[in-house]
Design a protein around this ligand. Structure first.
Ligand code: ZN
Ligand code: ZN
Length: 169
């Protein structure tokens, strides 16, 4: 488990979860009003997109009854290949998080139905981050909007060279 301490002023509980798992039992039991989670989550490659650095995660958790409300933001750097010319490209992703997860496995539904985002009283920050990022990755990333792609006939990159095929493919 990570370190847990009270912030000066005692308003929030700050958690650094080295396991990327946060015990939200106190929140669900109503003993605690709010938790703040800051984490860095390494992400596995997904559909041709890689993440050279761990995602930065900032979450604020609140519970109303057995409903866990998760708000905050996730930021990640992604690298991929252009879908047309295969040039390497990278970009930043910034996601606003506004999710609700129901505690209790029999009640789970919604976007995280088939996941372990909330297993018992443990919020899996890594799983949550992975699901949010993966569902937000745009399909068919391009190096530039008007990327001319690779000539299907001679294999030349049409952004940088003019091939003889004249677009007649
Ligand atoms: Zn391209
Ligand atoms: Zn060509």
């Amino acid at each position: 488990m990570g370190r847990v301490w009270r912030a000066p002023g005692g308003a929030f509980l700050y958690v650094m979860a080295s396991t990327h798992k946060v015990d939200v039992g106190g929140l669900l039991a109503g003993n605690r009003q709010r938790m703040v989670v800051d984490d860095r989550v390494p992400l596995a490659p997904f559909e041709g997109v890689t993440f050279p650095e761990p995602a930065s995660v900032h979450l604020e958790l609140q519970a109303s009854g057995q409903l866990l409300e998760i708000s905050g933001s996730v930021a990640a750097t992604m690298q991929s290949d252009c879908a047309r010319c295969l040039a390497e490209l990278s970009g930043e992703m910034h996601l606003e998080v506004d999710e609700q997860v129901e505690a209790g496995s029999s009640l789970q539904n919604g976007p995280f139905e088939d996941s372990n985002v909330l297993a018992g009283e443990r919020l899996d920050v890594a799983d949550l981050t992975t699901q949010l990022i993966c569902s937000a990755i745009p399909i068919g990333l391009l190096c530039k909007e008007d990327c001319k792609g690779i000539c299907p006939r001679c294999g030349e990159n049409r952004n940088t060279a003019k091939c003889e095929c004249n677009g007649d493919s």
